[in-house]
Design a protein around this ligand. Structure first.
Ligand code: FAD
Length: 456
């Protein structure tokens, strides 16, 4: 049978290789390190963790990333079983001995009879054969150029500029109101597409003070080139003048506070719908390099967001990623070149776990295709399904930015039983539903949950 080529032996590429190789497919991993390096990778090992040594929360009942861990273990994930084997004490987090972890991933793949590792940079998208590109946030510049040629330059980003995303149900709608600027739009839905948070002059001044005083993170060396086009961090805008934001993303014109129409707000913070489900809203224009703790404090000063719960916080990083909602089909194939799949962070997910999870799916999808089968549809109620559905269709394409897994990506629970539930119960509801869907999906592929998973 045909072999599968995987470009990039990071979190996603290593997992994809393992999944496909275990289905009898011959796999070639093309990894450019150590011949070509990146500013973050330090070794030539597969599955290198470039920064933190944590896979985040391992709580599979109350946390979406912990649920992803659970699903990955059930599907015999290389990344997740190796992480568990090299676990360090870290409370509820899954932290690992990074050296031992990546050494074990490397050794396991090198020892696999179906896997070959070739140390070379790939610089084009071949039109023959089955390929998975899992080249990550630091995709080599030559390959980045080749991808942009196929996708169109406006569909491949080299930086993320992430505005914080808020769970809609944590916004105080007694203070905020829904309205598009100048009521623009054909339908009522469009005329009320934004959530608006009003500020008095005193609110605004206090906000600017907090913004200027907040702790910020620094860029890594070599990370900044070219970033200052059109995605200035809000704190940089505020540094240019106290009024800059009030004439920029926080301008109050064309908006009338539905609660107090006679009182003109001094400034307005707008939130835009971030997913088709309407469960997530991003704060428009609020990309930032503030530290996470500081972001929560500063953003909760905004009237209406005093109790905001964040699906993700803002950031700006060197990050090569596709506009996946427009470019990839539900099988993670490039629509324009269906012999090519993408996986990992380059598809617009964020984080080690999410990247490996997308590798797991891409590896299984490619293996099934090579074997002349179709993988049963990934259930949308699983964490894997919620994430892949988001990047390949559910997310707003125009404002698409990388996403962590979170419960806001899940279809709301039908609340027939018991009305509005408390958060703990809701999260348990999501995870129970996901585990059942994932277990069924594995069973449809003839698998029981792998050893170690499914344990409560
Ligand atoms: P990677 O793990 O980066 O793997 C991609 C691989 O492709 C690399 O081995 C690279 O050498 C190779 N490659 C690239 N181009 C080519 C080419 N043309 N030919 C052949 N091989 C190629 N996530 C977290 O969860 N926690 C963190 O603390 C964290 N910190 C980060 C810090 C930095 C500075 C960066 C840049 C990212 C960070 N991330 C973090 C995100 C993290 O990189 C991803 O979550 C994860 O590594 C992505 O997995 P991946 O497999 O998609 O990419």
């Amino acid at each position: 049978t045909q072999e599968l080529h995987i470009v990039g032996g990071g979190m996603a590429g290593s997992e994809a290789a393992w999944q496909a190789a275990n289905r009898g497919i011959r796999v070639v991993i093309h990894e450019m390190r150590p011949k070509v390096g990146t500013f973050a990778h330090q070794t030539e090992k597969l599955g290198e963790m470039v920064c933190s040594n944590s896979f985040r929360s391992d709580d599979h009942k109350q946390n979406a990333v912990g649920l992803l861990h659970w699903e990955m273990l059930a599907a015999d994930s290389l990344i997740m079983r190796t992480a568990h084997a090299h676990r360090l004490p870290a409370g509820g987090a899954l932290a690992v001995d990074r050296e031992a972890f990546s050494q074990a991933v490397t050794d396991t793949l090198h020892a696999h009879p179906n896997v070959t590792v070739s140390q070379e940079e790939v610089t084009d998208l071949p039109d023959q054969g089955q390929w998975i590109f899992a080249t990550g946030p630091l995709t080599s510049p030559a390959l980045g150029e080749a991808i942009a040629t196929v996708t169109g330059a406006d569909r491949l980003a080299f930086f993320d500029a992430i505005a914080p995303i808020v769970h809609a149900d944590s916004i105080d709608m007694g203070t905020a109101w829904m309205q598009s600027r100048y009521d623009k739009g054909e339908t009522e839905d469009e005329q009320k597409a934004y959530i608006n948070c009003p500020m008095t002059r005193a609110d605004y001044e206090a906000f600017i003070d907090a913004l200027l005083a907040a702790d910020k993170t620094e860029f890594h060396e070599g990370e900044t080139a070219g970033y200052f086009d059109g995605c200035l961090p809000i704190e940089v805008m505020a540094e240019r003048g106290r009024e800059t934001l009030r004439h920029g993303p926080m301008k109050p014109i064309g908006l009338t506070n539905a609660h107090t129409p006679e009182q003109k707000p001094y400034a307005v913070v707008q939130l835009r719908r971030d997913n088709a489900l309407g469960t997530l809203f991003n704060i428009v224009g609020f990309q930032t390099k503030m530290k996470y703790g500081a972001q929560k404090e500063v953003f909760r000063l905004i009237p209406g967001l005093q109790d905001a719960s964040f699906a993700r916080l803002g950031g700006i990083h060197r990050n090569t990623f596709l506009n996946s909602p427009t470019l990839l089909d539900a099988q993670m194939r490039l629509r324009a070149r269906p012999n090519i799949r993408f996986a990992g962070q380059v598809t617009g997910v964020e984080g080690y776990v999410e990247s490996a999870a997308m590798g797991l799916l891409a590896g299984r999808m490619a293996a099934a295709e090579i074997a002349g089968q179709t993988l049963p549809e990934v259930p949308q109620d699983s964490a894997h399904g919620a994430l892949v559905h988001h990047i390949t269709g559910g997310a707003e394409a125009k404002t698409f930015q990388p996403m962590n897994v979170n419960f806001g990506l899940f279809r709301p629970l039908d609340d027939v039983r018991g009305g509005r539930r408390g958060r703990k119960e809701r999260y348990k509801g999501y995870t129970d539903r996901a585990k059942a869907a994932w277990t069924d999906w594995l069973a449809a592929q003839g698998e029981g949950p792998a050893q170690g998973a499914a344990a409560e």
